[in-house]
Structure formats: C-alpha cells, structure tokens
Write a protein that binds this ligand. Structure first.
Ligand SMILES: C[S@@+](CC[C@H](N)C(=O)[O-])C[C@H]1O[C@@H](n2cnc3c(N)ncnc32)[C@H](O)[C@@H]1O
Length: 535
C-alpha cells in the first residue's frame, strides 16, 4: 500500500488500534523461554512494532513496563500524529511513534529485542514484504524474537470469493471513497446472498460461501474495509511463509496458538499418523494440521537462523531438564474449577494413574496463580509438596494445558512473584501513572482510535469513574479497613472508624464492592509493591 492509499483508506474508514496479548514482549519472552531460548527480559527490552497504527498495541505496554523502550513505525501520517497526541497526554515517555515506510531507509532505527508486526505481512505487496523482512533481519538483536501474524490458506479460501464479490461490485466505480465502496459492496453482496437463498439447490450447494458471506456482512464497515477490501490481501500457505522466512535468514519457533504447533503432545493418534506422513519434517506436520483445521490465520514466532529452539514433544513432559525449565514461570490457571475433576480423571485414565484427588483439591483451593520449585507447587499461601506418585500427572496436566491455552504463563519475578496479581495489605499500591490512563482512554474521541489493555495486553472495554476513585484510595500501601472506611465516607460524607463500620448496616455492601474492585485492579495488573515495606 502506498502512503497515499494508506492515508486515504485510514481517513475514510478510521481504525481501532487495539492491544493484542500475544503481540506483547512479555508473552513472546515466555514462549521463547519455553522453547529453551534466552531472549531479553521483556521488562527492560527494546521493542519495535512495524505498522503500528495509532500505537494501540504499544501504549498500554509502555505504561506497564516503564523500563522498556518502545518504537512504532507507521506509514499513515494521521495515525502517527493522533497517536502521539494521546501518548503525550498520557505522560508516556518511553514510546516513540515514527512516521516511516519500511521501503525507505531506516537508518534512524536501532537494534530491537522484539519486533512485532501484527496484521502487516498479508496486507502489503511482495516488495514491501521483502523490505520488511530485510529490516527485521538487520534490526533484530542476536537473541531477538520476531512476531508476525498473517492470513493463511486453506482457511482464507472461503473468504476469497467474498472479497472477489465485494471487489467486483465496485469494479467500474471511481466516484466512491473507501467507506462508500464498503457500503456499496455490502449492499450488493447481501442482495446476491438473498437471491441465492431463494433456490434450495444453490442454498445447499453453497453453504460454505453463504456462511462466510453472512459472517462478513455482519462485521462493521471499518473491519470489512480493512480486512476484505484493502488493495492488497495475500494469504499464503504456512509452508510458503516458512520458505520466505528461511530465505531471509529466520528460524521458525512456534505459533502463539500452541495447538497449531504441538497438538501431538496430547493426541497420540494425530502423533502417529502425522509422523507417518512427514517423519522428519515438523513444519510439514504443521502444514498438515492447517489442512485438517482449515486454518485462516497464524501468529508465528521466529528468531535468527542458527538458533536451536527445542520443540515441545510428548517426551518433553518427562524430561528432567524441561521439567526444571518450567520453574522459570508463573502459571495462571484459566480452567474453571468445576472442570478440573473430569480433566484429571480423564488424564489419570490415559496415564493409568489414580493420583488425581490431591491435585484437584490443591488447584481448587489455592486460586489460579502458582509456580514450581523442586517439585513443590508454590501458591500465594505457601509451598505445597506434591507426592511423587502425582508428579507425572502434574507435569502432563501442565504441559497439555499450556498448549491448549487453559494455563497461561509469564516469567517468574523471583523477588515478589505475586506482586502484580494479588493485593497485599500495607505492601501493594497503584502508581500514579495509571490515573491519566484510566481517565483518558474511555473518553469519547480517544476510544474511537485506541483501546486500552491490561498488563498482559488483554483489551479492556470498561474503565470507569469508580475505577478511578478506587485507584486513588490505593495510591499508597494501605489496609482493607482503611479503604472500606474511605468508601463509606465517600458514600455518606461522614467519617467512620473501622469498628463502627463493622457494625454498620452498610458493611456487607461495602465489603462486596471492595472485593469486586480489588479483583478488577488485580485483573488490570495495576499493583506494585512498596519495597520498603518488606524490610
Ligand atoms: C492492518 S493495519 C494493522 C495495524 C496494527 N498493527 C493492528 O494490528 O491493529 C496495517 C498497518 O500497516 C501500515 N503500513 C502499511 N504499509 C506500510 C509501510 N510500507 N510502512 C509502514 N507501515 C505501513 C498501515 O498504514 C496500517 O496502519
């Protein structure tokens, strides 16, 4: 896309620039470590995003990781200038949005530990793709990690016909701007869809096309305009992308959806059959997985050629070195607690074990965050020894559900492992820099361009006044009762002692509100600890 095209399309359609959890340095660091590499620490890393739009994927991360430095390069000038305005308003000083074209000289760029390109590769022409990869090769640190997402076949085939239809509807029309073309294309496509539904034979033969058409017509104009009507959209097969990356000197690590890379760890039939189809080629096995699943989108990680990532296999689970390497992570269980029992029972059956009860009880009682230390499981409440007979089951559970997404991981901060996850009286506080963030991001105007994210870059849609007031109460280490008394005072404009509050008829209501708000702050990842309180 040329600068003029980008300018025009983004001016006509607008764009909501969002945070993506997997397109963040902490996520990439964890995955690279999981594969046995030694990437830079995300909290102090140098991060570059290519095609950074308004900066929505970087802004929240820059706030949460003030020691890291962030650079975005973006061709569309308005996206850069609008993004910069909000970055200034938020008081962010470690994020630089640069107007630039990857096809032009980039001597002003430095060396980066992480390079991120989300929604870029598929939307630029071949020359730009190559220049982008040259840029990455030159500016990625030796142990750097490159994240690149792209549209893939065979999954995109079902959308190709809809794109062709939207393009055809606009073929000989030169008077419409991009937004109007989207509207016109959608109108024509929905009329054709309605016509097809009139004929039973057509309806039955074309179910897949009609389903894609319906899905796309339901999407907002902005999304359709960018995803389906931009001048370039070139999905590729996974193997084609791998060849292209190898040509540019990159080694593939894995997909951010580990199910696309390592499902054979937990599925024996798949393992045996794929092994037979491609005995010596794990990338070919991944391509077969895409054919099976009709994959339409990939989020791949790469590093420089020459690195030796260790792919996760069924033998990793029992490998002592791999088990030991899991000690570098803090895990968060995302599986609802009522699902744990059947999951463990099923696993025990497969592994011919009966040692499930202790583990189910432990996970149900101890809350979601934990880490491993010499075969003990450590949670916020302390260390829990795992009986030897339960260990194989524990590791199998852990690895399978890391792959399936039921357990997320981040790099363990050894000093205070739970400090961002759990509020501690007299120790936790919320730094002031998050106040303008919560104040400004939901404002009308800002929220048309940029979405905020939490510490893990999950998008947040509902920052509100209550969050703001509550955060102010936690600007210094404090106690639950102090905060609750202040809530009472804010509600009634009367002061109250902790003892009197306990006897007040508002106690239960205030407690429920307090607990809900603490959970929100923990979810946002706003808490820090005041180190002096530990001495
Ligand atoms: C589909 S958007 C993705 C934006 C963002 N990364 C995201 O995922 O939300 C692609 C972005 O790349 C920018 N872009 C396109 N060609 C470019 C080039 N040659 N150099 C720099 N940026 C470019 C576009 O202006 C656009 O903001």
């Amino acid at each position: 896309m040329t600068k003029e095209q980008a300018k025009e399309i983004y001016a006509d359609l607008g764009y909501l620039s969002q945070p993506f959890p997997y397109a963040s340095a902490p996520f990439l660091e964890s995955y690279a470590r999981l594969l046995g590499l030694s990437p830079a620490s995300a909290s102090t890393a140098r991060i570059l995003e290519v095609g950074s739009s308004y900066g929505g994927n970087l802004i929240s991360q820059a706030l949460f990781y003030p020691q890291a430095t962030f650079t975005g390069i973006e061709i569309a000038p308005t996206q850069v200038s609008v993004g910069k305005t909000y970055i200034d308003q938020l008081g962010i000083t470690n994020l630089d949005l640069l107007e630039g074209d990857v096809n032009e000289s980039h001597h002003h760029l430095g060396t980066y530990d992480y390079i991120i390109a989300h929604g870029f590769y598929s939307w630029v022409d071949e020359e730009t793709k190559n220049n982008f990869l040259r840029l990455c090769k030159k500016h990625l640190a030796e142990n750097g990690i490159l994240y690149m997402s792209y549209n893939t076949y065979p999954g995109w085939h079902k959308m190709d016909s809809v794109r062709a239809l939207l393009e055809f509807a606009n073929k000989d029309i030169n008077t419409l701007n991009h937004r109007e073309k989207v509207r016109h294309g959608k109108t024509v496509a929905s009329k054709l869809g309605a016509l097809m539904l009139e004929y039973d034979t057509v309806k039955n033969q074309q179910t897949s096309f009609l389903q894609s058409l319906r899905q796309i017509l339901q999407k907002q104009d902005c999304y359709v305009g960018h995803d389906h009507l931009e001048p370039v959209n070139t999905p590729v097969y996974f193997h084609q992308c791998m060849d292209h990356m190898a040509e540019h000197g990159f080694t593939y690590l894995c997909d951010c959806d580990l199910n696309l890379s390592f499902p054979t760890v937990y599925d024996e039939i798949l393992r045996t059959q794929l092994q037979e189809l491609a005995p010596h080629d794990p990338l070919a096995r991944e391509q077969y997985i895409d054919f099976m699943l009709n994959t339409a989108f990939r989020k791949s990680l790469f590093t420089h050629k020459g690195a030796t990532p260790k792919r996760i296999t069924e033998t990793s689970v029992t490998d002592a070195d791999f088990q030991h390497s899991l000690e570098q992570f803090l895990f968060t269980l995302r599986i609802p607690s009522e699902h744990l029992e059947p999951i463990f029972e099923n696993l025990a059956k497969r592994m011919d074990s009966s040692a499930t009860k202790a583990l189910v009880d432990l996970f149900q009682q101890e809350g979601p965050h934990f880490y491993l230390k010499h075969n003990t499981l450590v949670t916020y409440t302390g260390e829990h020894t795992i009986p030897d007979m339960c260990l194989p089951l524990l590791y199998q559970f852990l690895v399978e559900h890391i792959i399936q997404g039921g357990i997320s991981l981040s790099v363990l901060e050894t000093e205070h492992p739970f400090k961002h996850h759990i509020f501690e009286e007299k120790k936790s506080y919320i730094p002031e820099r998050y106040i303008p963030f919560v104040e400004i991001m939901p404002q009308e105007g800002v929220n048309a361009y940029i979405y905020p994210g939490n510490r893990y870059n999950d998008p947040i849609s509902d920052f509100n006044e209550e969050d703001l007031e509550f955060m102010k109460l936690l600007s210094k280490p404090t106690t639950k009762h102090d905060v609750m008394c202040k809530i009472y005072e804010a509600m009634t404009e009367e002061s109250i002692s902790p003892l009197a509050l306990q006897q007040s008829n508002k106690y239960t209501m205030i407690l429920a509100f307090y607990e809900e708000m603490i959970r929100r702050m923990e979810y946002f990842g706003f808490f820090e600890v005041d180190e002096t309180q530990f001495n």
